[in-house]
Design a protein around this ligand. Structure first.
Ligand code: NAD
Ligand code: IPM
Ligand code: MN
Length: 354
């Protein structure tokens, strides 16, 4: 239906392979949906770092600003410390573009085995809304007496009322839009984190009064981790701080089959800045270069990008192609019990949407 300019950052490890497959799918559906893609590739990655001593140029964020969306694979290299690669590329983009709502759905789809017993397709159908710009990821702190025996590191969390309120409100709006259980669960650790997370709890209590049609509960993160395993069917929309949302979404991924199915969107709901679409998983160095990474997480992430771009029909086609392949069970990567390659899965999905 429209023309979309998309920044493509494949990144590291399996990020490169799965983005290639997702681009194949996006090209394949263009004709049927009248979409004109303008993909602009940025080589920013750990390889770029080895050559330039930085993950992206100092005006990197400015180079991305004018584009409609950012499509990213994964960042992280076994030979570079993660705090350098991630604080040099991924995290500054999330912050600079105020992508405050990180939306991560976990749905148990037909044809997929969960490691949990007695769960049927769609018993698990939840979405975690992760605060994505502040909290434990605020990157405020420092070292003192570095490399001396008395070394001190300070790592501060930053919670603002505005920051809590906007992401909590987003979660309530999403519960309304989903029309499923009409329920929002808030996750904190305010029994031990007596300032920032108490502000979060107070803000949640204030916002929930504006949504009388939505039921709520509040859980501590430790109990929430247990309940994601014990009774995942009880969750609908879950809103959590940056770090807790990060941890919970790996659990959400594995109880619904694989990291290789877990999609994610870093949204600036105001649309002032471009949003960024990258799966929940990382660069998976343990399987990088083997051609067996599951590209479905990246491909389902492209469906989230299509939603954001207003390409609803194309997004629906991508989802049903993935669902068909899962149900048929013939063309699956090893994480889902199959023996197909990354490329074979990408080709099969591209064929289904073209
Ligand atoms: P990971 O998500 O890369 O891998 C965890 C496990 O899941 C591994 O066993 C891996 O093989 C498996 N896995 C992940 N994606 C898969 C896929 N598509 N198909 C099949 N199996 C898949 O997490 P990690 O090993 O903790 O991190 C590796 C690197 O990635 C680190 O440098 C980390 O910082 C980085 N990382 C980056 C992002 C990102 O860029 N968004 C996200 C998470 C981790
Ligand atoms: C994720 C990742 C990142 C995060 C890392 C790589 C910084 O784990 O997107 O889930 O914690 O946000
Ligand atoms: Mn994570």
């Amino acid at each position: 239906m429209g023309k979309h300019s998309i920044a493509v950052i494949k990144g590291d490890g399996i990020g490169v392979d799965v983005v290639d497959e997702a681009l194949k799918v996006l090209h394949a559906l263009a004709g049927r949906h009248g979409i004109e893609w303008d993909f602009v590739e940025f080589p920013w990655s750990s390889d770029y770092y080895f050559e330039h001593d930085e993950m992206m140029p100092s005006d990197g964020v400015e180079q991305l600003r004018g584009l409609d969306a950012i499509f990213l694979g994964a960042v992280g290299h076994p030979e570079v410390q993660d705090h350098i690669t991630l604080n040099g590329l991924l995290l500054p983009i999330r912050r600079a573009f105020d992508q405050y709502a990180c939306v991560r759905p976990s749905v148990l789809l037909p044809g997929v085995d969960s490691p949990l017993k007695d769960v049927k397709p769609y018993d698990i159908d939840l979405v975690v809304v992760r605060e994505n710009t502040e909290g434990e990821y605020a990157n405020v702190g420092g070292f003192q007496y570095q490399d001396f025996p008395g070394e001190v590191a300070v790592q501060s969390s930053v919670f603002t009322r505005k920051g809590c309120e906007r992401v909590i409100r987003y979660a309530f709006e999403l519960a309304r839009e989903r029309r499923k259980k009409m329920h929002v669960t808030s996750i904190t650790k305010s029994n031990a984190q007596g300032y920032g997370m108490v502000l979060w709890d107070r803000t949640f209590d204030a916002v929930k009064d504006e949504y009388p049609d939505i039921t709520t509960d509040s859980l501590l993160i430790d109990a929430a981790c247990m309940d994601f395993i014990r009774r995942p069917e009880n969750f609908d929309v879950v809103v959590a701080s940056n770090l807790f949302g990060d941890i919970l979404t790996d659990i959400g991924a594995i109880i619904t089959g694989s990291m290789g199915l877990a999609s994610s969107a870093n949204l600036d709901p105001t649309r002032i800045s471009p949003s960024m679409f990258e799966p929940t998983h990382g660069s998976a160095p343990d399987i990088a270069g083997m051609g067996i990474a599951n590209p479905m997480a990246q491909i389902l992430t492209s469906a989230l990008m299509l939603d954001h771009l207003g390409e609803d029909g194309a997004a629906a086609d991508v989802r049903s192609a993935v669902e068909n392949l899962l149900e048929e069970g013939e063309t699956l990567t090893p994480d889902l019990g199959g023996s197909s390659t990354t490329m074979a899965v990408g080709d099969a999905i591209a064929a289904l949407v073209s």
